[in-house]
Design a protein around this ligand. Sequence first.
Ligand SMILES: NC(=O)c1ccc[n+]([C@@H]2O[C@H](COP(=O)([O-])OP(=O)(O)OC[C@H]3O[C@@H](n4cnc5c(N)ncnc54)[C@H](OP(=O)(O)O)[C@@H]3O)[C@@H](O)[C@H]2O)c1
Length: 263
Amino acid sequence: MVEIKDRCIWITGASSGIGKALAQHLCSQGNFVIVSGRDHHSLQQMVLAASGRMCALPMDLSVPDDELGPYAGRLQELTDYLDMVICCAGVCEYEDKLTFDPAMYRRVFEVNFLGVIKSLHLAMPLLKKSTREPRVVAVGSLSSAVPFPRAEAYGASKAALEYFMKSLQTDSVKIPLRATLVRPGFVATAMTSKNDFSMPFLMSPDEAAKIIVEGISQGRAQIDFPRRLSWPLRFFGVFFGLWRRWVAPKVTRITPDVWVKTL
Ligand SMILES: NC(=O)c1ccc[n+]([C@@H]2O[C@H](COP(=O)([O-])OP(=O)(O)OC[C@H]3O[C@@H](n4cnc5c(N)ncnc54)[C@H](OP(=O)(O)O)[C@@H]3O)[C@@H](O)[C@H]2O)c1
């Protein structure tokens, strides 16, 4: 176990929730942290509280590729190198009526999947200048372990991210780059505050951040938590037929009524 200290770390999605807790935790451990998100005010408040060990890079990850240039310039003004990038930015929208609105799918994939690709595109030249083993961390979700109801868009974006990270792990076996996929269960943040269903083993962002930092310190390729939730979900991921037969009828909201009404 290697303590994460004296590193330069860039965190996206750091203006609230899990990303914010990660930024505060890593900063208090003696790292220099660059925090990103769209909410300037929240980022500024964090920077003020961090007495010089944090700086802000406000950015919208849903901008078109040809608008990324200024972000690259600003990032390079803030640091000459990066030891770690934590891609935590994410959005959640549900598929309530099986209308398959392409705009909604595009919004979700733009941040949850392409947002990670854009961040890595910006970070890679600086990660290559790290004098340690540079690390890429991406926050996925346990929704890619087994398909959740209404998560056709959100879960698919996280499943795409999971595949991407595993592919990156395959391609980095001969180079110093390390990649970690994080799959949280339910964490009490702005994202989950809109949920109107029971969220088993809900935890605080601080608890989640501690588990993630510990997993990164241990050099883990995948961090699933909490175990009480991840183990049963992984079981059903392997035996998906059982999930479809036993669990799906209890959790889906798509009844024959909804089906007829949305015709
Ligand atoms: N909470 C959970 O139970 C849970 C479970 C599994 C996985 N996750 C994942 O954990 C990550 C963090 O989520 P959270 O729960 O902490 O939610 P959150 O509090 O809503 O945080 C989401 C973060 O993403 C940023 N973001 C959203 N859209 C963005 C955009 N277009 N450009 C740049 N940044 C953007 C937000 O910043 P601005 O609004 O300032 O842009 C915010 O900092 C997400 O990837 C989420 O999918 C969460």
